[in-house]
Ligand binder design. Sequence first.
Ligand SMILES: Cc1cc2nc3c(=O)[nH]c(=O)nc-3n(C[C@H](O)[C@H](O)[C@H](O)COP(=O)(O)OP(=O)(O)OC[C@H]3O[C@@H](n4cnc5c(N)ncnc54)[C@H](O)[C@@H]3O)c2cc1C
Length: 292
Amino acid sequence: MRLPHFEYIEPRTLDEACSFLTEHPREALPIAGGTDLLVKMKQRRIIPQYLINLKTIPAMDYITYDEDDGLRIGALTTIQSLKNSIIVKRHCKILANAASVESSVQIRNVATLGGNIANASPAADAPLALIVLGASLVLARLEGRRKVLLEDFFIGPGKTVLEPGEIIKEIHVPPLPPRTGGAYLKHAVRRTDIAIVSVAIVLTLADDLCHDIKIGLGSVAPTAFRSRKAEGLLAGKKITEELTDAVAQAAVDESRPINDIRGYADYRAKTILVITKQAIMQALQDARLGGV
Ligand SMILES: Cc1cc2nc3c(=O)[nH]c(=O)nc-3n(C[C@H](O)[C@H](O)[C@H](O)COP(=O)(O)OP(=O)(O)OC[C@H]3O[C@@H](n4cnc5c(N)ncnc54)[C@H](O)[C@@H]3O)c2cc1C
């Protein structure tokens, strides 16, 4: 199927892009890799009059790390760059792991992290890992910049708190404490298919007790989310097999899986039980071995 007609805009700066988006809030959309947007346009689910190519804006593709500030990733960084980055592997392993199971190398080479986040799919991989890493977004608009916790960014499938004229500029992950480990597990028909269920965990140990834990679930609710009840059962406790059974059940209770082309709700609930436990044990092992 052919793409619908559109006008193509090449801004030279982020402000120019924000300005055009502000002037045409209903007619214009930014495009980065186009792996989500062009598919939706071909299917006539979205027909924008203008496409603003963000890839013509310089200096939005970078990965940096500072011990005090943490990890900063430009929104135009590709998923393949995340997967391969030594910095990401060293300081936020689960983000590199999540990127490595996103689609094929052809898609990863053009798909950007900013697009992955703005697309707001509850099944997206890297955004789920970023939620448990405590990431925030720097959003650019004509009047300046604002910061939003990634967890608060998603409000429904394909829906976010992005306001007209705003563009995701940067993703910021604060530094992780010592003895922090993590795990990202995705259950899909094939390893790099869209997730049927995904679980991301970051946990910090203190004297072999679980000092802090973040448990994120994907593909089992309208948005990726943190299962706070499940987290509460582990905080301050020694992690045992029996306790992880209760934690996994709490994660099921907090999810709202649906039947769709990738799986039935029941199947999803059973999968959460299995992979949440696996992910906790993996994250524990990772933290014991030194973690991040
Ligand atoms: C075959 C296939 C397999 C896939 N498999 C997976 C998978 O396994 N896991 C997964 O997570 N995803 C998967 N995806 C989805 C997709 O590749 C990712 O969501 C990708 O990262 C989107 O990035 P992009 O740069 O291509 O976004 P685009 O398609 O360019 O844009 C997506 C949306 O975000 C907006 N946007 C883009 N950049 C910004 C920005 N900086 N600020 C504000 N808005 C912005 C656009 O206007 C558009 O609405 C798959 C896609 C395909 C086609």
